[in-house]
Design a protein around this ligand. Structure first.
Ligand SMILES: Nc1nc2c(ncn2[C@@H]2O[C@H](COP(=O)(O)OP(=O)(O)OP(=O)(O)O)[C@@H](O)[C@H]2O)c(=O)[nH]1
Ligand SMILES: [Mg+2]
Length: 316
């Protein structure tokens, strides 16, 4: 059995798919061995191009990912696909659909597909997803495509790990346009209007263009690409825009700035999630904290002062 030679880290770094699958399962299960593995291979990450696709449920993100995978394979690149499934019952059908389309690539050793379910705690989910993306990178995937459902929440998301962020919308998703306008949703690098076979496509593109024209003018002009992912229409153009964005951030030196900012956010997010868990445990277990809360309830102490006291105690 050649795939049992060497340590898991060695096999992973050599690009062994089974080692990669095993490693991701470890981080997903929050196994300390998984964390140790990431620690070990981390210096070998940072080579893959990480492209994040986000957007409301059902707009065609997975279909687009499958189409992009095909293009990247034709270019001779190895691909890792990491799809974060919200475990909402409403998306189950679409999820099955995803599997069927992405299954075109199941037999191709150059494509590694993994989906992770979001499990309750946000911190836990994004931590595991980030680790999984790092493991794909360490395993030598040239391109890493991430998929998350996003409707503009400001929480820390796997998407913060991407070098390029693509927002996928479809005609008629006016809520998303409003979210962009209101600044609830971060301005992405590229916007895709998928399902361009829909009659309201032009209206949608005009609305988005209107919103973008209100925003600050950076050096990068955010392209709006129309695609029909199921037929592969417009996907070549999307690939070109992604290349252009890559070239832009490389030339501007913003790739390293962006990665620095992203990594900072990741470190803070992991630290904040852990701190929150610790604080919650202390609230459950520490009688002094319980007493503090009793005093808040009886109006002797205000909530902010109680929080200050709890923080002082936990830092000490
Ligand atoms: N008409 C049309 N349908 C499309 C197009 N692209 C995708 N679809 C369909 O839209 C549905 C949802 O596609 P998915 O790729 O699963 O969408 P998603 O954004 O990944 O969905 P979630 O992961 O559930 O958020 C599927 O039935 C696709 O076949 C398109 O260009 N035109
Ligand atoms: Mg999907």
């Amino acid at each position: 059995m050649p795939d049992t030679e060497g340590t898991l880290a060695e096999r992973l770094l050599a690009g062994d798919r089974r080692a990669l699958a095993r490693a991701i399962s470890l981080v997903e299960d929050d196994d300390p061995e998984g964390w140790a593995l990431v620690r070990e291979v981390y210096p070998r990450t940072g080579n893959g191009a990480v492209i994040g696709f986000t957007g409301p449920p059902g707009v065609g993100k997975s279909t687009l990912l499958a189409a992009m995978t095909k293009i990247e394979r034709a270019r001779g690149h190895s691909v890792g696909v990491l799809s974060i499934d919200p475990s909402s019952p409403f998306t189950r059908g679409a999820l099955l659909g995803d599997r069927i389309r992405l299954s075109d690539h199941f037999l191709d050793p150059g494509v590694f597909i993994r989906s992770m379910a979001t499990r309750g705690a946000l911190g836990g989910m994004s931590e595991a997803a980030l680790q999984a993306a790092l493991l794909m990178d360490a395993a030598g995937r040239d391109v890493i495509l991430l998929e998350t459902v996003g409707v503009g929440q400001a929480e820390v998301d796997i998407i913060d790990h991407a070098d390029t962020v693509v927002l996928v919308l479809m005609p008629g998703s006016g809520d998303s346009v409003q979210a962009l306008k209101a600044g609830v949703m971060e301005i992405p690098d590229v916007i895709v209007v998928n399902k361009a076979d829909h009659p309201l496509t032009d209206t949608m593109v005009r609305e988005i263009r209107g919103v973008l024209s209100l925003g600050p003018r950076g050096d990068w002009r955010i392209p709006i690409v129309q695609t029909e992912a199921v037929r592969g229409e417009g996907v070549e153009e999307l690939a070109e825009k992604l290349d252009q964005h890559r070239a832009f951030i490389d030339a501007e030196g913003t790739l390293s700035d962006r990665r620095r900012r992203n990594l900072m956010n990741e470190v803070l997010a992991i630290a904040a999630a852990r701190m929150r868990r610790e604080l919650e445990a202390s609230v459950r277990e520490d009688p002094a904290v319980k007493e503090l809360l009793d005093r808040v309830v009886s109006r002797e102490l205000d909530p902010a002062s109680a929080a200050t006291t709890i923080l002082e105690r936990s830092v000490a």
